[in-house]
Design a protein around this ligand. Structure first.
Ligand SMILES: [Zn+2]
Length: 307
């Protein structure tokens, strides 16, 4: 029987999103469930396996009709061996052979990779970087994740850890980062840092969506906050642009919601700072697939692994 379906799973720090996809990785059905209530690694693995079983029975599908299950995961992964090294925001995981464990429990082929790579696969194949040859995909949130498409393929690096754009140092000295580095881009433009700035400027906590809305209404203080985020990001991306000469940079994640205020200044900074040939080649665009990118990309991972 032809394998007509793929299952794509996007695991975050607090939620598990699961989708039944067709062969082209279009979403047929999706479901989100909280995971922060699960106390242990075992409980989380069981929740993943149960979610797979549920979606199969919902559509009356057999395991043999599924091409594979792909998972996008919030931490460093050994793609070829299917091992989770650790999760920065979920305790209890150390060098867990998740691919093997899930294959044993579900009797379906499994592919795992980190969430930024999965997002890059999705935006490159079906989203904002479609048609690009060399694309850099970023997610801006609590952290700054990155995935690289080089010569039309996802580039993983020697230990599957390439693309950590958030941990490019943008200064010689500066704040210490969780990764062990100093003055990483993420320390300047991660959600928490922006929220701190907002509090320092306005004297109270204001949600970042509201700060974006204020900036779009012309509030000068709010505009200045987004401009400084955009300049830091533009400087970090200038390093990437000069190094890789991409034709497309895709930016997604919560912070990208600031929209034109952010994108215009990022583009302007790259045009100003990058080398001429590089600068005139690259376009900076907003991610297209939003919250579905993780599930779709996880599905594409299955197809990539089978090749
Ligand atoms: Zn860092």
């Amino acid at each position: 029987m032809a394998k007509k379906h793929i299952i794509g799973i996007d695991l975050g720090g607090t939620n598990l999103k699961i989708a039944l996809l067709d062969r082209s990785c279009r979403i047929i059905h999706k479901h989100t469930q909280p995971t922060d209530i699960l106390a242990s690694k075992e409980m989380l693995i069981t929740a993943i396996a149960d979610a797979i079983t549920r979606i199969l029975s919902l559509y009356n599908l057999t395991r043999s009709g599924i091409m594979g299950v792909g998972l996008g995961l919030p931490g460093p992964i050994d793609f070829d061996r299917g091992i989770v090294h650790f999760f920065p925001n979920i305790p209890g995981w150390k060098d867990v052979p998740l691919q093997k464990i899930l294959e044993k429990r579900t009797a379906i082929p499994v592919a795992v990779d980190n969430d930024a790579n999965v997002m890059a696969l999705a935006e490159f194949t079906l989203g904002a970087a479609k048609g690009a040859r060399n694309a850099v995909c970023l997610t801006l949130g609590t952290g700054v994740g990155g995935g690289l498409i080089l010569d039309g393929r996802l580039f993983r690096g020697s230990s599957y850890a390439a693309g950590e754009i958030g941990h490019i140092p943008v200064n010689e000295k500066g704040p210490a980062c969780n990764c062990g580095g100093i003055a990483c881009l993420e320390s300047y433009i991660g959600n928490r840092r922006i929220a701190q700035k907002v509090k320092a400027v306005f004297g109270k906590d204001i949600p970042l969506e509201e700060v974006s809305a204020m900036a779009h209404r012309g509030n000068r203080k709010a505009l200045a906050i987004w401009e400084s985020v955009a300049v830091h990001l533009g400087v970090g991306l200038t390093a990437v642009v000069n190094l890789l000469n991409p034709d497309c940079i895709v930016i997604g994640g919560g912070v990208a919601g600031a929209g034109s205020i952010l994108f215009n200044k990022v583009t302007e900074t790259i045009l100003l700072r990058a080398m001429l040939v590089h600068a005139r080649t690259v376009r900076v665009v907003k991610a297209k697939l939003g919250n579905d990118a993780g599930m779709i990309g996880a599905g594409l991972l299955v197809k990539e692994k089978r090749r």
